[in-house]
Design a binder for this molecule. Structure first.
Ligand code: NAP
Length: 513
């Protein structure tokens, strides 16, 4: 059955005109839904959020906003199975991929609901620390952060239709700012269902959460001072969005990244650290068919052991069954669309000009339960570069199940290699040598949003570099967009104005209590 998706604007469902865009099942090529935003008044939608949702949210305490997040989480959790089914149909997700997206989203929302409890009855944040400003100790200054009075416009990538929506919305709503969210069109089915569930649960005041389902149209033309635009997607579109919003509003860009893993020279092949390295590299390569902004793309390995690592990682990746994502035995499904598949194959062809294939070559390979010629399938691809500086590996993000091994010698070369990626979301370092860890950290930290250390001590507990934690910041410098999201309370600052207040101490104590 083909569903016609609508947008949720001005507190009601509205369908665009015209034929619309088809949303396809990447396993079978069947059309699952169509969507259009033609003819919708997106300016009115933003104004409704500003004028209705904003005042309603700002009137609530943090604890009350947190209660909204809790109620949304509960409603979504109750329909988790339906969301998982749609993620399989429209995203080509395996069950485990779908849960990573959906449970990741609700867990982030639940985390912010809990954080809200700790903020209690306040409506704005006051920084600790009263600054003396004069010889007279009664004249002081302090900083407070109040919610922006506009709307948060969220534009999300195709690979996390649930998590992308929920992680951004949780932070903005807790900060006191209403949201107009726009999922990527090709996988919008899950996001649309999330919005339906939240609407049916009737837990939010009018205008707190709206959705533009489908192409953005003239959405950004209506953004104005006091609004905030948070974008997740490719660097190219991120730059376009920055340019089109200009100086009218704040813009946060979460873009692409050539995430790196480094195997330390101290790691023996029979150690727990080595097993963790292999397990995590194979998972990053194949989870969500490599379509994760945090997936490892470049794997730096000591030159002396690169033959063995090529063999061992190839074996680990080879154990992953690819095929119909509905089957429990299948661990990797198709790419999300034919456009994605073509982009990834073009990226592999570029890499192959200077690298050797270790496993896979950009073709379908052996598939489980897939009709001949149907779907957007590709077997995982592992390549090997001749040097840690091989240019092609550091230039373009190939957004699929593709990673390249690069040989290095000494910490300085490992750092040089990572830095050639021009800014990343996450780098993982596998070592039990604290001196190597320290040297690498100081070299790569200015170029990384997050660094994870894998070692024997944490082998059992590591969720892997691909898992974004709401307690920690997500984002990265340079190519990764220069943005920052989440990070507990840090995330609220993008949706807030920090104001320095000066005056008599008793007055400030009263105003900022
Ligand atoms: P994309 O092509 O850049 O699209 C991202 C979003 O921007 C989509 O919702 C898209 O809408 C919208 N968009 C495109 N042109 C626009 C315009 N002119 N005005 C307003 N919105 C516009 O990226 P994608 O293919 O969906 O996602 C893959 C990329 O996202 C990868 O590069 C990946 O690394 C990156 N990513 C980054 C993070 C992170 O946190 N840093 C997370 C996930 C993904 P339509 O779909 O309607 O075109």
């Amino acid at each position: 059955m083909t569903i016609q998706l609508s947008s949720f604007l001005e507190g009601r469902w509205q369908a665009g005109t015209g034929e619309g865009v088809a949303l396809v099942d990447p396993t079978t090529d069947a059309v699952r839904a169509t969507v259009s935003t033609e003819g919708l008044d997106l300016g009115a939608a933003l104004e409704f959020a500003r004028s209705q949702g904003g005042p309603a949210l700002r009137a609530l305490t943090f604890a009350q906003r947190g209660a909204l997040l809790s109620a949304m989480t509960k409603a979504l959790h109750a329909q988790r199975e339906e969301l998982v089914a749609l993620a399989i149909q429209n995203g080509g997700n395996t069950r485990s991929d779908a849960k990573f997206d959906i449970d990741g989203g609700t867990a982030t929302m639940a985390y912010y609901a809990k954080l809200a409890e700790s903020l209690g009855e306040k409506r704005f944040l006051v920084e600790d620390g009263v600054e003396p400003l004069a010889l007279n100790p009664r004249y002081v200054g302090q900083h407070l952060s109040t919610p922006l009075t506009g709307v948060a416009v969220h534009i999300n990538a195709f690979n996390f239709p649930a998590w992308g929506l929920l992680e951004k919305a949780a932070v903005a709503i807790l900060a006191g700012v209403p949201v107009v969210t726009k999922p990527a069109t090709s996988t919008a089915l899950v996001a649309w269902k999330v919005m339906q569930i939240i609407d049916e649960a009737k837990v939010l005041p009018a205008g707190v959460l709206s959705m533009v389902t489908g192409p953005a149209g003239d959405l950004l033309d209506h953004v104005r001072t006091g609004d905030a635009v948070a974008f997740t997607g490719s660097s190219g579109v991120g730059e376009q969005i920055r340019a089109s919003v200009g100086g009218r509003a704040r813009v946060n860009v979460e873009a692409d990244s050539l995430n790196a893993a480094i195997l330390g020279p101290d790691v023996e092949s029979d150690s727990e650290t080595y097993a963790l390295f292999l397990r995590e590299c194979a998972r990053e390569l194949t989870q969500k068919a490599g379509q994760k902004c945090t997936a490892t793309r470049r794997i730096f390995v000591p030159a002396a052991v690169i033959d063995q690592v090529s063999e061992d990682l190839s074996e680990e990746v080879g154990a992953v069954k690819v095929g119909n994502p509905e089957l429990r035995e299948v661990r990797m499904g198709p790419l999300a669309s034919h456009r994605q598949l073509e982009d990834v194959q073009a990226g592999i062809a570029k890499l192959a000009q200077s690298c050797q294939f270790v496993r896979g070559d950009g073709q379908r390979g052996a598939l489980v339960d897939v009709a001949e010629g149907k779907g957007c399938f590709m077997a995982p691809v592992l390549l090997r570069a001749p040097s840690h500086t091989t240019a092609a590996v550091h230039s373009d993000e190939v957004f699929g199940p593709v990673a390249t091994l690069l040989p290095y010698s000494g910490a300085a070369q490992a750092v040089e290699g990572v830095v050639l990626g021009r800014g990343g979301l996450v780098a993982s370092v596998y070592t039990d040598d604290k001196d190597f860890a320290a040297e690498v950290l100081m070299g790569i930290a200015p170029w990384s949003g997050r660094v994870t250390f894998g070692s024997a001590r944490v082998a059992e507990h590591s969720p892997g570099p691909g898992m974004v934690m709401p307690q920690l910041v997500h984002g990265g410098p340079g190519r990764a967009g220069g943005g920052e999201e989440l990070g507990g309370l840090r995330g609220l600052s993008f949706y807030s104005q920090r104001t320095a207040v000066q005056g008599a101490k008793p007055l400030l104590e009263k105003l900022l209590a």
